[in-house]
Design a protein around this ligand. Structure first.
Ligand SMILES: *[C@@H]1O[C@H](CO)[C@@H](O)[C@H](O)[C@H]1NC(C)=O
Ligand SMILES: *[C@@H]1O[C@H](CO)[C@@H](O)[C@H](O)[C@H]1NC(C)=O
Ligand SMILES: *[C@@H]1O[C@H](CO)[C@@H](O)[C@H](O)[C@H]1NC(C)=O
Ligand SMILES: *[C@@H]1O[C@H](CO)[C@@H](O)[C@H](O)[C@H]1NC(C)=O
Ligand SMILES: *[C@@H]1O[C@H](CO)[C@@H](O)[C@H](O)[C@H]1NC(C)=O
Ligand SMILES: [Zn+2]
Length: 415
């Protein structure tokens, strides 16, 4: 009897706890504080009913072609096909000419295309003493602690989202827009882009864009290649899709902590390099971009632990679009972000023009670094674990890591 009663009671309690978690709305999902609970999968009807329009969500499987019924994608690809430069998909760097004819970032960190008509990559931000603040690989299923921290500091950022993650965690993706962050696309399934055929490379960008559009209602105009793996063929395809290519100069290697001999102390040293360079005046004429990740507890906690130091070292820490005065960051022209002057004066809110508002904002950007959390995420959990998350943001000066290894490493989806 007793057992029966407590079992029934437990059921009731469990039921009410479950009911307390609204996993059908952005606000409900954003209210979940426990990352384990947030990472439990859920079904979001607008995604469920559109999955047939997307390549399978299978982790590690890259897009190889456009879906048979995707007439819009096929028409768009067809329209650009004739102009795509005749550069073969890469398969390792052996035999690639040292002159770097394709402006292949992976081997040379080339950011000024050789092909006429392509704009230089965005590897730094134009505003002095400014950090273009961005994170790759989200939405991470358990990101509320991090986004709560950013919100508490009135800090906006740029998020480079992976399409499959957006479809798996749509309410998390919606939170970025609701919180006033900028979204760029980081492909559909995180492949090394230069290894793909034209159609596959197009598909990785196309379905990444479509996923973000379906879930958030906005169409991104910027992207970042996984591992920085881009050449003029890939740049051309992205440009035709209206995407500006965003790279970086500083790399935290936060994704790699716990693997390949990279330790949390190494990651902290990389953050310290950025901060040290800022303090030494290196960005007094042109601002910086550092590669960091919304990937797992370690990468997000490390970002939090370094936030006050960063805002102490830079005059301004802003989304990349803000540092460029790109006030319409999406193809939809009815959505705005503040320009740089507005942002530093305290306007943090984007959204439709009518919804823009000026907050009084204790300018999250320019307070001193006092009291900065020296604590480097002690517990240092590299929860990503395993080689699965490997090769994110891989930066390999002077050589391409075995392409097979990149391909095999699958990547990034849902730890
Ligand atoms: C890529 O190069 C390796 C050798 O480096 C070779 O074994 C493999 O067949 C090549 N793959 C393609 C698709 O050409
Ligand atoms: C600046 O960054 C480089 C790495 O890019 C690092 O080697 C150097 O120590 C940094 N300088 C300072 C003053 O931190
Ligand atoms: C990382 O995990 C620790 C321990 O569970 C937790 O206290 C912290 O809030 C987490 N940080 C983030 C950014 O989720
Ligand atoms: C942004 O706009 C301000 C004027 O509001 C201007 O002073 C600044 O140079 C612009 N910056 C860029 C990067 O365009
Ligand atoms: C913005 O414009 C898009 C079409 O470009 C439309 O679907 C959307 O409803 C508009 N949003 C608002 C808030 O007006
Ligand atoms: Zn990535």
């Amino acid at each position: 009897m007793r057992t029966g009663v407590s079992a029934a009671l437990a059921l009731v309690l469990y039921g009410s706890a479950a009911r307390a978690q609204d996993r059908t709305t952005e606000a409900g999902e954003a209210a979940i504080k426990d990352p384990t609970a947030e990472c439990v999968g859920y079904t979001y009807a607008p995604v469920a009913s559109a999955l047939a329009n997307f390549p399978p969500l299978t982790p590690g499987v890259f897009v190889s072609s456009l879906l048979p019924g995707d007439s819009a994608g096929k028409a768009k690809f067809q329209a650009m096909s004739a102009g795509i430069p005749n550069i073969a998909p890469k398969n390792g760097s052996a035999g690639y000419p040292p002159a770097d004819p394709d402006c292949w970032w992976t081997v040379s960190q080339c950011v000024v295309p050789k092909l006429a008509g392509l704009k230089p990559d965005v590897a730094f931000v134009p505003e002095p003493k400014t950090l273009g603040y961005g994170f790759d690989d989200g939405p991470a299923c358990g990101h509320n602690v991090f986004y709560d921290y950013l919100a508490a500091n009135k800090q906006k950022a740029t998020f480079f989202y992976i399409g499959k993650n957006v479809l798996n965690y749509p309410l998390e993706a919606q939170r970025a827009v609701a919180d006033g962050h900028e979204i760029c696309v980081h492909t559909y399934s995180h492949p090394p882009m230069t290894t793909l055929s034209n159609e596959a490379a197009f598909g990785e960008l196309w379905y990444g864009i479509q996923a973000i559009k379906l879930v958030t209602g906005v169409t991104p105009t910027c992207w970042r290649p996984p591992q920085g793996d881009v050449d003029d063929r890939i740049r051309y395809i992205a440009t035709q899709l209206g995407l500006e290519n965003v790279l970086w100069q500083f790399d935290s290697f936060d994704w790699e902590s716990g693997t390949n001999g990279v330790t949390p102390a190494d990651v902290q040293a990389n953050y310290d390099h950025l901060i040290g360079n800022a303090t030494a005046g290196r960005f007094n004429n042109v601002g910086a971009i550092m590669l960091t990740h919304e990937l797992n507890n370690f990468t997000m906690q490390t970002a939090i632990d370094n936030y006050k130091k960063i805002t102490g070292a830079f005059d301004h820490v802003v989304p990349i679009a803000v540092a460029q005065n790109r006030t319409q960051p999406y193809a939809e022209t009815n959505f705005t972000m503040p320009n740089f002057a507005q942002y530093v004066a305290g306007t943090r809110t984007g959204g439709p023009p009518s919804a823009s508002s000026t907050t009084s904002a204790g300018s999250g950007s320019s307070n001193g670094g006092a009291g900065s959390s020296g604590s480097s995420s002690s517990s240092g959990k590299a929860t990503q674990a395993s080689g699965k998350g490997a090769a994110c943001g891989l930066h390999v000066p002077g050589g391409l890591v075995a392409t097979a290894a990149l391909l095999a490493s699958g990547l990034m989806l849902l730890a």
